[in-house]
Design a protein around this ligand. Structure first.
Ligand SMILES: Cc1ncc(COP(=O)(O)O)c(C=O)c1O
Length: 398
């Protein structure tokens, strides 16, 4: 175990979004921040070395992704998912969220609709509405503690009517999040086929955000949406990035994989002059992570599995009024707090004021999120334990 994930590092005073703005976000400075999706672990030393080496060459001019960067993405898709992609399919953007926004602008006109499945990562909402489109919400179903997609509901969203007369659907895209933030489901092949076929049948493009796809718990394997069939590949935009897996969110480098030539050309057109490429350090980190980060990642995944087991046991044994929705991927844990009987504002205040933990409130993730909280467990175990102790005391004092 060359990497020590137990080590507590002080991230304060580094302009760190997670730790340095706790007072302004949570209204007090003594909460343990467990909200935004980055990890309290230093990145793999191989990535640091590559960045230092690049920084020591004091020319930071305009940069284009070289063959090494593109090859690193192509090789990774093959090695991790047995997915063969062509180098020209890869389009680099400074983050996945800007790419989602650009993809929606490209696929829609104001007044069109985009399907998403709530509760879902909240930047999906403005990605749809800020360009004048409407959200067509297909809420996930919680069945025996596990979330499922509602295919019938999805199908219905394509059936538009003016009075009794059917009219062409205005749904132009379906957004998938796989693994799904915040509920932690890893959609399997059958589920992806079911959703993908509905989209195909109705001529809607699938935008598949797979940013968390390498953060999986034991026994799970990810299937990239576009790897399922040629038809799916031609009807999709797949968003990948090393940023969650390797904790590089501040470097903003993502690879958007678009096998369809026309969609790719349109995507490049719509972004022109607005959405730049990543900066040169982003490329350096992406390449180093994909080429040299696997040993670190294997140990990280072991550690996260240990954290998840600890969380599951702790809630079941000591805080049974809060139920954990067991995640299959991501390091985000969706807590069902409905048994506490609080409305959303009371639950938010309870977590901040009584428990002194800084979560993302469930209602932020849209319908189906009320009464839930999202906890980020990517931190040293001692911090996690302290947070759980605090929640336990707070719940016991109710
Ligand atoms: C599902 C999902 N997509 C995208 C992002 C953010 O992507 P980026 O920082 O590359 O814009 C996150 C961050 O938490 C996420 O959970």
């Amino acid at each position: 175990m060359p990497y020590n994930f137990d080590r507590v590092c002080d991230r304060r005073n580094t302009d760190c979004a997670k730790w340095d703005f706790v007072q302004s976000i949570f209204g007090r400075d003594d909460v343990i921040p467990m909200w935004v999706a980055d990890m309290d672990f230093p990145v793999a030393p191989q990535i640091v070395e590559a960045l230092i080496k690049r920084a020591e060459h004091p020319f930071y001019g305009y940069t284009s992704p070289g063959p090494g960067v593109i090859e690193a993405v192509v090789e990774r898709m093959k090695r991790k998912f047995n997915w063969t992609i062509k180098p020209e399919w890869v389009v680099f953007t400074p983050g996945v969220v800007p790419a989602l926004n650009a993809a929606i602008r490209m696929l829609t006109h104001p007044g069109d609709e985009v399907i998403l499945q709530e509760p879902v990562y909240y930047p999906f909402f403005p990605a749809i509405t800020s360009g004048g489109c409407r959200i067509a919400s297909n809420e996930l179903r919680l069945v025996n503690g596990r979330y499922e997609m509602d295919y019938e509901g999805m199908e219905k969203l394509f059936q538009s009517k003016a009075g009794m007369t059917p009219v062409p659907s205005r749904v132009k895209a379906v957004m998938l999040c796989n693994p799904h933030n915040p509920v932690g489901r890893l959609w399997n092949r059958e589920e992806l086929i079911a959703a993908g076929e509905i989209a195909l049948r109705h001529g809607a493009v699938v935008i598949s955000d797979e940013i968390h796809c390498e953060l999986l718990f034991k026994g799970y394997r990810h299937t990239p949406f576009a790897s399922i069939s040629e038809e799916f590949a031609q009807n999709s935009i797949v968003c990948m990035a090393p940023s969650k897996t390797f904790n590089l969110a501040g470097l903003e480098a993502s690879s958007i994989i678009i096998p369809n030539r026309n969609l790719r050309r349109e995507f490049s057109r719509i972004r022109e002059g607005i959405l730049p490429a990543p900066n040169l350090f982003g490329y350096t980190a992406l390449e180093a992570a994909y080429r040299f980060g696997d040993e670190w990642l294997d140990e990280l995944l072991e550690y996260l599995q240990g954290n998840l087991d600890f969380v599951l046991q702790y809630f079941a044994g000591k805080i049974p009024r809060i139920k954990v929705v067991k995640p299959e991927g991501t390091y985000l844990v969706w807590l069902d707090c409905r048994d506490l009987g609080m409305d959303d504002m009371a639950l938010r205040a309870f977590m901040r004021e009584q428990a002194r933990v800084g979560f993302d409130d469930g209602f932020l993730f849209g319908s189906g999120g009320s009464g839930f909280e999202r906890m980020n467990i990517a931190c040293p175990r001692t911090i996690l334990e302290e947070a759980l102790n605090r929640i336990e005391s707070a719940v016991n004092s109710l």
